[in-house]
Write a protein that binds this ligand. Structure first.
Ligand code: SF4
Length: 942
């Protein structure tokens, strides 16, 4: 035996320098160590000190290097020289680009600021972009939330002051049973994977509720292959079982929720359905001792939970009574919903019993004294160790808001939010509705908007309507059609602008939103709208400015291109003013910085926006003498103050870097972040770690850190009173009245207690003709559409077949290599099919955004993404099928306006394979960056 093994260097030096920044290959924002060699990016690894990923890196993150060296990167500002959609451009200087933009936008601002529609995609600088739009003065601003997961965010905020993902996290170290609803592997990717591995190590049970068993669901201990769009019904059935068994945490409901509050039951009253308040505006309950109404927080008051009380001639009932009456109805019995949900009644009963067992028989206690906001001292922190997570699969339905609310209601009646083992908020959350602005939409030519665009309506008075009742905003957000559209409705902008409904705009300005392809419903129709001309030969949407880092499909439709950098070339901040990276135990934020300088004539979009803002003389972007206030985004990050002492970054404030959350701007702040690994973290005191909405120590700490300006304790809203205000209007009460055709929809949808209705698309079509549900989800290896041009990642997913269940496969006699026509009420596509048995039998699905338009992304026109890859978007329309009432209703949630992507119904039939090319085939666009080389390499170093 030869013991002389060759000497191998198993840890060769891969770099001469490591630069620490924040990943942007998805929105999780992990910390990364970028290894540099000879000034070039050589290798990316996870940052072990970083709060989000603690060194873990996913396939996307490590492939960031290929994103950075992508041949599809734009090189310089460009103006269109061909027809829209062709992709023909001429490169210009930044001075010329700013001149073109300012000549167009300046006069708009002076005369009619609403003629600018400024909408951004999945960027992470909404604090800046919204501020810019506000200073410009247009009411037409939002980011991508309306077509992503606003149902989740809005339902969470209205119910409990925070939702999932960026708002909070399961207590991975203590939870004993975890249910995950409608989550693909892209959302909160590394943190969830790390959390699930902790649960696996401890033997905690994981239940995956999803029609498709991939990723997280594949490693779940139990998979519940639910029928799409029925999650709300399933959850309400579990609530039915728990209420029937008396398995609810009454003490938690009494202390921390509006369950005991009294609701006006007099249908003739203008206050019908509203909560009783005393003269000081405090909520009232019925006191068990006196039998009379009393302020809920009065010392010694013990509220009654059931029954009815007459007070000053009006009948009142506690919220809890209304809740139990509603969900104990046989309509919510497991036996009544089982077929509809595709889950047996026995499974629903068993899962509810398991939740109750873990919550009430396995409670956990931490020996940590704390004091609540009323001054009551508690010796320990006790929790019910069940937790939940949900995401886009739940929210992207027309019943998504109420389904999200149902999940939160389940969490709350189990007493498992903000307790050890339950679901925990991450600063700056929890934050109640009252801590958020209302929407603002009042314009003044030449001046700023009257306040922030997006917010949370409290009643009809907050709608964005003109005196005549017409929508103020181009996307028709905050109208009677969707009164709580807290993130705007980006998916309606192009179709409304094209239709001139409610008015025509001049300039559509977008960032990082691939609206002519995978980010729109009805992609072909949107391409037509973007290129349509009027009778004078002018484009119907007159001017389009677009910013992107890559030669995406949307680039071809712009008149002016502002080229962005890659994420390794720019300054960025992951800000507490926006969507931060905090943990349940700590407040955190982070930065990106140019670990490598751009080798092209490109600028970070945020810097370009600031420079354009200065050129336009926008308040907030110029000094009194008209000079630029900020040189670029880095300057803004350090020196901008949203409130005195509070800026984009919370760490290392004050000149000496000692300020935490509050403090003067520190010129060295960015360097301090870089020295610290690209992030800042400050631990929450131990006595403030749980019960945050009601914990005095947490509230005081949050004020010190600049999260609030005064302590803001609040109660969870089982019953969301603002919803009833819209219902009252629909019942004819109050001065502000909805149009008649929306009254019944408002009364049904704006139920202050969670409710379920069948997805709207299936209400409007013949479900026997379209028997299948059709879904997309993002793969673990890709996030935005840019993943499928990444030289490494496209080797994992180069095409996207349509996965069909064994039942569908057998019924249609499919064989390996077959193709199928898939038809919806709106369109027909031809796609390759693959069998998958870990799938709800009535569902077909595919990976999202793999398909590319020929000529885009510098790919070969015969690349598999452009030939075999496909989009389901061609089958989805932004409007529902005609109902016969002469109206075309929006394909969205009637509360928030969230795009109902996952309501899609289709039929399938075998198609001839012939050329092996998916349909529809969209003609190629010219590539302003040419075509990438056959082999991607630099300097022969790979
Ligand atoms: S999970 Fe997202 S942010 Fe984290 S390494 Fe992967 S791609 Fe980057």
């Amino acid at each position: 035996m030869n013991h002389h093994q060759p000497d191998l260097d198993t840890s060769p030096e891969v770099s001469d320098e490591i630069r620490k920044t924040t990943c942007y290959m998805c929105a999780c924002r992990c910390g990364i160590n970028v290894h540099m060699k000879n000034g070039k990016v050589k290798y990316i690894e996870g940052n072990r000190d970083h709060p989000i990923n603690k060194g873990v890196l996913c396939a996307k993150g490590s492939a960031g290097i290929m994103q950075h060296y992508s041949p599809a990167r734009l090189r310089a500002p460009m103006k269109r020289v061909g027809e829209r959609g062709e992709g023909k451009f001429e490169e210009i200087s930044w001075d010329e680009a700013f001149d073109i933009a300012a000549k167009r936008l300046g006069p708009i601002r002076e005369k009619a600021p609403h003629k600018l529609a400024f909408f951004t995609g999945r960027d992470q600088s909404q604090s800046l972009t919204s501020f810019w739009a506000q200073q410009f003065g247009t009411p037409n601003y939002a980011a991508h939330g309306g077509f992503c997961s606003v149902n989740m965010a809005a339902a969470g905020i209205y119910t409990m002051g925070g939702a999932f993902w960026e708002f909070g996290v399961p207590d991975w170290d203590r939870t004993k049973m975890f249910m995950i609803f409608g989550v693909a592997e892209d959302h909160d990717s590394n943190p969830i994977k790390m959390g699930l591995s902790k649960l696996k190590e401890r033997g905690a049970k994981i239940v995956g509720v999803n029609p498709i068993r991939t990723g997280y669901n594949a490693i779940a201990d139990e998979w519940v292959g639910i029928t799409p769009g029925t999650d709300g019904l399933f959850v309400l059935a579990m609530i039915h079982v728990l209420l029937k068994a008396g398995k609810v945490d009454l003490d938690y409901l009494m202390r921390y929720t509006n369950a005991p509050m009294l609701v006006n039951m007099d249908e003739t009253s203008n206050e019908f359905g509203l909560l009783l308040r005393d003269l000081q505006g405090q909520f009232m309950v019925q006191d068990r001792v006196t039998g009379k109404p009393a302020a809920f927080d009065k010392k010694g008051v013990k509220p009654v939970f059931t029954g009815e009380i007459t007070y000053q001639g009006t009948k009142y009932t506690p919220v809890f009574q209304l809740m139990t009456e509603k969900y104990l109805s046989d309509d919510y019995a497991p036996e009544a919903v089982a077929d509809r949900c595709g889950i047996s009644a026995e499974t629903i009963h068993r899962l509810a019993a398991e939740l109750a067992h873990v919550a009430f028989e396995q409670e956990i206690t931490i020996d940590q004294p704390w004091t609540d906001w009323k001054g009551e001292k508690h010796e320990t922190m006790t929790g019910r160790p069940v937790s939940f997570h949900a995401m886009r699969g739940i929210s992207a339905h027309s019943n998504g808001f109420q389904t999200c609310r149902a999940i939160h209601l389940l969490q709350i009646i189990l007493g498992s939010v903000e307790v050890p083992g339950g679901y925990r908020f991450k600063p700056p959350y929890p934050k109640p509705v009252e801590g958020h602005p209302t929407p603002h939409s009042s314009t003044t030519p030449g001046g700023p908007l009257n306040g922030p665009h997006l917010g949370f309506t409290r009643g009809p008075e907050d709608l964005a309507l003109n005196a005549s009742g017409t929508p103020v905003r181009i996307d028709k957000a905050f109208t009677w059609e969707n009164p709580m559209s807290s993130h705007g409705m980006m998916h309606m902008v192009i179709s409304n602008a094209h239709a001139g409904d409610p008015y025509k705009i001049d300039t559509l300005f977008m960032y990082m939103a691939n609206m002519s392809w995978n980010s729109s419903m009805n992609s072909r129709g949107v391409m037509d709208m973007l290129t349509d001309k009027d009778e004078n030969g002018d484009y119907v949407i007159p001017n389009i400015i677009y910013s992107d880092a890559y030669s995406s499909e949307m680039v071809a439709f712009a008149d002016l291109i502002l080229p962005d950098t890659t994420y390794l070339e720019r300054h960025d901040c992951i800000s507490l003013l926006d969507r931060p990276i905090s943990e349940a135990d700590a407040i955190c934020d982070s930065i990106r910085w140019p670990v490598v300088e751009p080798d092209r004539d490109v600028r970070g979009f945020q810097s370009a926006l600031i420079q354009l803002g200065s050129k336009l003389g926008l308040p907030g972007f110029v000094n009194e003498d008209g000079s630029a206030k900020y040189a670029d985004y880095a300057d803004y990050i350090v020196n901008h103050e949203r409130r005195p002492g509070v800026g984009p970054l919370a760490g290392f404030r004050n000149k000496d870097g000692s300020g935490k959350g509050r403090g003067e701007p520190n010129p060295e702040q960015l360097n301090k972040y870089i020295e610290n690994g690209g992030f800042w973290k400050d631990h929450i005191p131990d006595e403030a770690l749980f019960f945050k909405p009601w914990n005095k120590a947490y509230q005081d700490w949050a004020v010190e850190r600049g999260i609030f300006d005064k302590p803001s304790p609040y109660l969870f809203s089982i019953y969301v009173e603002p919803m009833q205000k819209f219902r009252l209007a629909a019942m004819g009460k109050g001065e502000l009245q909805p149009p008649d055709h929306l009254r019944s929809q408002l009364i049904e949808a704006m139920d202050p207690l969670p409710v379920w209705w069948a997805p709207y698309e299936e209400q409007g079509i013949d479900c026997e003709e379209y028997p299948l549900h059709a879904l997309t989800q993002r793969p673990a290896a890709m996030y935005h559409s840019w993943g499928s041009q990444n030289a490494w990642l496209r080797q994992i997913h180069g095409t996207n077949p349509l996965y069909v269940s064994g039942e569908v496969w057998t019924k249609h006699r499919f064989n390996e290599g077959d193709w199928a026509y898939v038809t919806s009420h709106h369109g027909k596509i031809k796609v390759p099919v693959v069998r998958m048995d870990a799938l709800n039998p009535n569902t077909v699905w595919t990976w999202n955004a793999i398909g590319k338009r020929k000529g885009a992304w510098a790919l070969d026109e015969n690349a598999p993404e452009a030939t075999k890859g496909f989009l389901l978007n061609h089958l989805i329309h932004e409007l529902l099928p005609p109902k016969g009432d002469g109206l075309r209703w929006s394909n969205s949630d009637p509360i928030t306006g969230q795009a109902a992507w996952y309501d899609l119904r289709v039929k399938i039939e075998k198609a001839p394979a012939e050329d092996g090319v998916s349909q529809p085939e969209t003609p190629a666009q010219a590539s302003p960056v040419g075509q990438g080389p056959k082999d991607i390499a630099y300097g022969g170093e790979f």
